[in-house]
Design a protein. Structure first.
Length: 464
């Protein structure tokens, strides 16, 4: 068994498996690591807006009134088609914020321009007509958090997507970039959940014998590290909580691998480089998303990264939703622009509830992981649901923000904040960065992220 300061098991061929904090590691070490743990930040970014008041739409998104959120009130809101009511189980952990708007109007495609500023707060550059050529003019928050707070120097955020288009490119049929390492420097998504997993367990050479073993459905990282795992579990200083936590961790690893393998036509390295030969079809949309959920939870539980982004849909979302009556919706992008009138409006309202339900699945998975101090993983970070734009009319006013977690007490929770004075996207991003523990070089709070010349500071109404 090979332990380091971060505590992981190491096997042949570079296979490693990070471990959760255990009481057996020493109370002082555990207390120090728990107290010093930097909040993680997960962004889930959707496309095409939501059905909310404005542009002729009814209010089918936000709670019925600002202020404290309760389970009963959110259940009642859901009955009135208000989509955020889907999250009623998490009422006390939520911070909903209305009144945040993008600063910069599109000079080309509104979807691409919104993508370029949702996580960067910059003025999009390189816009051209209706094509998705817009790019951000600066670094995005996910990259900033990873650069300054990740446990391993040089390790970027975990960038995943589920959509219809491949992970790169500029133009019409593209995923739409939201993560940027700098001006005009988009970061490509990882479109293979399997490859993302291999990186997390230290198998950099995907042609290695160890990678081949992992690719076979009857093998697992657990199998490769069986001797090390048995040696660890045999330690006499492990508490019952330690053993429960380890068994939960190893079970999660195997469940993740089973999910990766079962989504593929055959257990070969070649086929596992993507979810299957056609990873961008509707049939794989939910499978890829759920694998992404598992990967993000796994990454945060082992402290692989403190920053992750899941892009749902693309620059324009072409997914066909399964509706309550058993039918399949038309292309979601067209519905969002209300082609079909009231029918499309209802389709999009159903899609909103489905999509926020997917977010709830992620929160459920985060809630299922226990930490050494008895708390849950969901409480160790901030998980954010947002959208590139406000509604299907390309509005940039009232970008939806659903935030779960208080970042070690930095943010309010259990409340719906309806800003009386609207805030710009960059101020939301300042707030997120500070919640993640990022600071300016002089140690002061970040107040100037994004395009220069915008209003400075945080959104005070969000702070605890």
């Amino acid at each position: 068994m090979n332990f380091t300061r971060r505590h992981f098991l190491r096997g042949a061929g570079g296979v490693t498996l990070a471990l959760p904090l255990l009481e057996a590691f020493g109370s002082k070490y555990v207390q120090a690591q728990t107290a010093a743990r930097t909040p993680f930040v997960i962004h889930v970014v959707h496309s095409n807006g939501v059905v909310q008041a404005g542009g002729g739409d009814p209010e089918w998104w936000w709670p019925s009134k600002a202020g404290p959120l309760t389970t009963d009130a959110m259940v009642a809101d859901l009955a009135a088609k208000r989509a955020t009511g889907v999250l009623s189980d998490y009422a006390t952990k939520l911070l909903l914020v209305r009144g945040v708007s993008h600063s910069f109007a599109p000079g080309g495609c509104a979807h691409a321009a919104a993508d370029a500023q949702i996580l960067s707060g910059t003025n999009p550059v390189d816009q051209s007509g209706s094509a998705g050529t817009a790019r951000a003019n600066g670094e995005s928050v996910d990259q900033r958090i990873a650069r300054e707070k990740n446990p391993a120097a040089g390790r970027g955020p975990l960038l995943l997507k589920s959509g219809n288009f491949t992970a790169g490119g500029m133009g019409y049929d593209v995923p739409g970039f939201v993560s940027y390492t700098g001006p005009r420097q988009p970061a490509a998504y990882t479109d293979s959940p399997y490859q993302a997993y291999l990186r997390m367990v230290g198998v950099a050479d995907n042609n290695s014998a160890e990678a081949a073993l992992i690719a076979k459905r009857r093998h697992s990282v657990n199998d490769i590290l069986r001797a090390q795992i048995q040696a660890l579990l045999s330690r006499s200083d492990l508490t019952k909580s330690d053993r429960d936590r380890l068994n939960q961790h190893f079970a999660a690893v195997r469940d993740l691998e089973v999910g990766l393998a079962s989504s593929l036509p055959d257990p070969t390295i070649a086929s596992m480089k993507t979810v299957d030969a056609h990873p961008y079809q509707d049939a794989n949309h939910i499978t890829v998303m759920r694998l992404a959920h598992e990967l993000m939870v796994f990454a945060m539980s082992i402290d692989y990264t403190r920053s992750a982004v899941l892009r749902m849909g693309d620059r324009i979302d072409l997914y066909h939703f399964k509706l309550a009556d058993g039918s399949t919706s038309p292309e979601y992008h067209l519905c969002s622009h209300r082609q079909g009138g009231a029918i499309s409006q209802d389709v999009c309202a159903q899609a909103d509830r489905i999509q926020i339900g997917w977010f709830k699945e992620l929160l459920d998975k985060l809630s299922a992981v226990s930490l050494v101090d008895g708390s849950k993983l969901i409480d160790a970070g901030v998980t954010i649901w947002t959208n590139q734009q406000a509604n299907g009319n390309h509005s940039y006013k009232n970008i939806p923000y659903v935030i779960c977690g208080n970042a070690a007490g930095y943010l309010k929770t259990g409340t719906f904040v309806d800003l009386t004075v609207p805030a710009t996207t960059n101020r939301m991003l300042n707030t997120v960065l500070n919640a993640a523990g990022v600071r300016k070089s002089d140690g002061s709070h970040v107040d100037d992220f994004g395009e220069p010349g915008q209003p400075k500071g945080e959104i005070q109404e969000m702070l605890a």
